[in-house]
Design a protein around this ligand. Structure first.
Ligand code: AMP
Length: 249
């Protein structure tokens, strides 16, 4: 069995985002970049399945500028076998990413594609769903538990009412939630070993796909600053303020 796992390079989740003065986006120069957090869970789960003997090969793919290779190398250090870097120098929206992934799926023929549930930079939560639709494969989204069987995969997903268990036939697209597992840290020897693992490079332009973005970003703004709170002396004062000032009672 073979897994293709999609890893996106994004601004590290601990970084305080700074909006550009002209509202055209956010500052990325000299900013720490990392793997999109749920993609770390997707890599961890793929590697665990490999270690359990159920999966033979794990391929990590990233689409983006040359530095996306660092993200792939991290997946290789965790335990992926091979990397595919699809070079693209500008932002491609989820539809284009899904088209690229589809063309790689057709070439590599994995039994499962693992993705993160959502990229924390564009917050789209679309790529996996679009890919499944284009491949006409079943999909399981927001996965918090995976039980891989011979011809299907049983998935637990958290929904408003509790935990939902579904089973989808392979091949399928699975998007991962942060609760799926605890991603491990790559050890130094594995980071060194990862440097020797194969990394294929493809230019997005050579795939013959229409990657034109269809969404125009008009403006990026800082969220409004929160007003400072006040302390009240007792419950009576709180009720009075809610009634007379906030007028919510
Ligand atoms: P999104 O639909 O943008 O929220 O992204 C959902 C998931 O698709 C991410 O968690 C990644 O697993 C995958 N993905 C999106 N963009 C890329 C990219 N440029 N390279 C690799 N994987 C990506």
């Amino acid at each position: 069995m073979k897994i293709l796992v999609a890893v996106k390079r994004v601004i590290d989740y601990n970084v305080q985002i700074r909006v550009k003065e002209d509202g055209s986006g956010v500052h990325t120069d000299n900013v720490k970049m990392s793997t999109n957090p749920p993609d770390d869970n997707a890599v961890e789960e793929s590697v665990k399945l490999k270690e359990s003997g159920k999966v033979k090969e794990v391929i990590a793919i990233s689409i983006g500028e040359d530095k996306a290779q660092e993200t792939i190398r991290k997946a290789l250090a965790i335990g992926a076998d091979k990397g595919i870097h699809v070079k693209a120098d500008s932002y491609i929206e989820p539809l284009g990413i899904a088209k690229i992934l589809k063309s790689i799926v057709e070439k590599e023929k994995p039994d499962m594609v693992f993705l993160g549930k959502q990229a924390i930079d564009d917050d789209c939560n679309q790529t996996g769903q679009m890919l499944a639709a284009m491949l006409n494969w079943p999909q399981a989204t927001f996965t918090s538990k995976v039980n891989l069987k011979e011809k299907s995969v049983e998935i637990v997903r958290e929904i408003d009412e509790g935990l939902e268990t579904i089973e989808v036939n392979l091949p399928s697209v699975v998007s991962c939630d942060l609760r799926l597992n605890e991603p491990r840290f790559a050890s130094l020897p594995n980071i060194m070993k990862a440097k020797k693992k194969p990394m294929e490079q493809i230019n997005a332009k050579d795939l013959g796909l229409d990657l034109t973005n269809r969404i125009q970003q008009i403006k990026v703004d800082e969220p409004p600053k929160r007003k400072a709170g006040i302390k009240v002396a007792n419950v009576a004062e709180l009720v009075s303020k809610l009634k007379n000032e906030a007028k919510v009672l």
